[in-house]
Design a protein around this ligand. Structure first.
Ligand code: ADP
Length: 485
């Protein structure tokens, strides 16, 4: 089957979060199952020089974007059999230091940038031979693609149009723009209504995908149920309830070629479930690297994340501060960036507690690997979590996840109360510092019992979240769509 993926970020070319990991790894897994997968994504700054195999494609586009006429080219990267990445090369929009924003400020022309991505993806799906069977669109940046395809079906009689699947990776980001930006689509004004991209008089890119894709999915089963409620629906719950039967939740997988502990150049010491000494050596190396005292018997907690309210970073800081004041013995490392208020608060706390807290602001993929390998516990106190990837990486790395029971965190971690023999982590329910502190105290108790600690690690390291398995669920969904549409 030919499948076109449309996404604003794709690992290893560009990444701000889990979306990139998912699109990169799912596409490769689908190609290895024998499908022809094409990905279309922007050519952000420097990508062509970082990847030697990227070259110009014999494909230029020239299309209207509102009142402008834009012309550009595509670059291509033939990654492996069955997998080609197509880069939308339009420097005026994408040759910038950020992907969506700079200094916390969204680019003012984001509507135009991602309308262009949608239009190019639409043209490829329309004029490519053979036509893709399915166009799989990810998040608000690709939300207009199902609308453009639906319009061509209805208004232009495109009967052989591909089926469309829209995957919501995070409903909190919807791509809201003033109504004046509708003109960028060059579709008739009569198509701007509440069953397409219109919401409260504004343009909402995500809503276009949600209303007009043939099927919807989210990145975990629990999140697919949660977003149909007022608590998690971000104002779109009523629309989602209407499409509940076309909404599936498929848990993300892990790329175990990249996230592996036995032959990984990013890790100082290899280790595995049968050779855990290497994990202790990674902990020692990490403590040294971070300037923390090298203390094997003090548990090391970690978090690698965007610093936002969603991730419960405020809850985490007060819980850890509280435990410190009670005299609990632990070390903590944070790698991340985001909200300047949180960045400052964590930095100040680290300065006051240099002997037990290390904070590294920024994005560092190699350090993320070393932290996963060296830490004992991984904290994820998210207020909501569509899937979450770091708890999955932690499981494989023998780093016990402590998670709030929401979204994909609940779907992927087994608490001792659920199944004492198969427990892989510690879950808590309430989004509060008190509940997290309680969970951390449980972790300290697990750490002091070596046989229990080993059992948690063993269970987690043996759990299988490979993309090979998860990709089969997408294939089943694509096939179902082909029968239905
Ligand atoms: P989200 O997509 O909501 O940010 P996920 O847990 O789904 O959260 O995915 C986050 C991904 O980004 C993971 O691969 C994580 O390791 C990575 N990541 C987040 N922040 C950083 C950082 N500061 N440095 C390196 N990797 C990071």
């Amino acid at each position: 089957m030919r499948i076109l993926q449309v996404a604003s970020e794709v690992h290893p070319y560009s990444k701000t979060g889990g979306l990139a990991d998912m699109v990169g790894a799912l596409s490769r897994a689908l190609a290895r199952k024998g499908h022809q997968v094409d990905i279309v994504t922007p050519a952000y700054r420097g990508v062509a020089s970082r990847f030697l195999g990227i070259r110009p494609a014999q494909w230029r586009f020239s299309l209207p974007l509102g009142s402008e006429w834009v012309t550009g080219q595509l670059l291509r990267h033939d990654v492996e059999a069955g997998l080609t990445v197509w880069f939308l090369d339009y420097p005026e929009f994408f040759d910038r230091s950020g992907i969506y924003n700079e200094h916390q400020l969204d680019y003012p022309d984001n509507a135009a940038r991602f309308t262009l991505l949608a239009k190019v993806a639409f043209l490829l799906s329309r004029y490519w031979e053979p036509t893709p069977a399915v166009v799989h669109c990810h998040d608000w940046q690709a939300g207009l693609v199902p609308l453009l395809i639906h319009h061509a079906r209805v208004a232009e009689g495109w009967h052989s149009a591909p089926s469309t699947l829209f995957t919501i990776h995070n409903l909190a980001y919807q791509g809201w723009f003033p109504a004046s930006q509708w003109g960028l689509t060059n579709l008739p004004a009569s198509w701007f209504h509440r069953d397409s991209a219109e919401a409260f008089g504004q343009v909402n890119f995500l809503k276009a995908g949600l209303k007009l894709a043939d099927a919807l999915s989210t990145v975990s089963p629990r999140y697919s149920r949660e977003i149909c409620t007022a608590e998690f629906g971000c104002g779109l719950e009523a629309q989602l309830v209407r499409r509940e039967y076309e909404l599936t939740g498929i848990l993300n997988g892990v790329d175990y070629e990249e996230w592996n502990t036995t032959s990984n150049p990013a890790l100082p010491f290899p280790f595995s479930v049968v050779a855990l000494e290497g994990k202790a050596s990674n902990k020692e190396a990490l403590q040294r690297e971070l300037g923390l005292p090298v203390e094997p018997h003090v548990p090391l907690f970690a978090n690698i994340s965007r610093l936002t309210g969603q991730k419960g970073m405020d809850i985490q800081l007060s819980a850890l501060r509280h435990l410190c004041s009670e005299g609990a013995r632990f070390q903590f490392v944070l790698l991340g960036s985001g909200d300047p208020v949180l960045e400052k608060a964590y930095q100040e706390w680290a300065q006051q507690n240099g002997n037990r807290v290390a904070v590294r602001l920024g994005f560092d993929a190699a350090l993320a690997q070393r932290i996963e390998a060296g830490a004992d516990f991984y904290l994820m106190p998210s207020r909501f979590e569509p899937c979450g990837l770091n708890q999955l990486y932690s499981l494989r790395y023998g780093t016990i996840p402590i998670v709030r029971a929401t979204g994909g965190l609940d779907d992927s971690v087994v608490d001792i109360r659920e199944n004492p023999d198969a427990a892989t982590g510690i879950k808590f329910d309430e989004a509060s510092a008190a509940a997290l502190s309680h969970a951390i105290r449980k972790a300290l108790a697990v750490f002091s019992e070596p046989s229990l600690l080993a059992q948690f690690r063993r269970n987690g390291m043996q759990a299988d979240f490979s993309w090979e398995r998860q990709a089969s669920e997408y294939v089943a969904l694509y096939e179902h769509l082909l029968h239905e549409t």
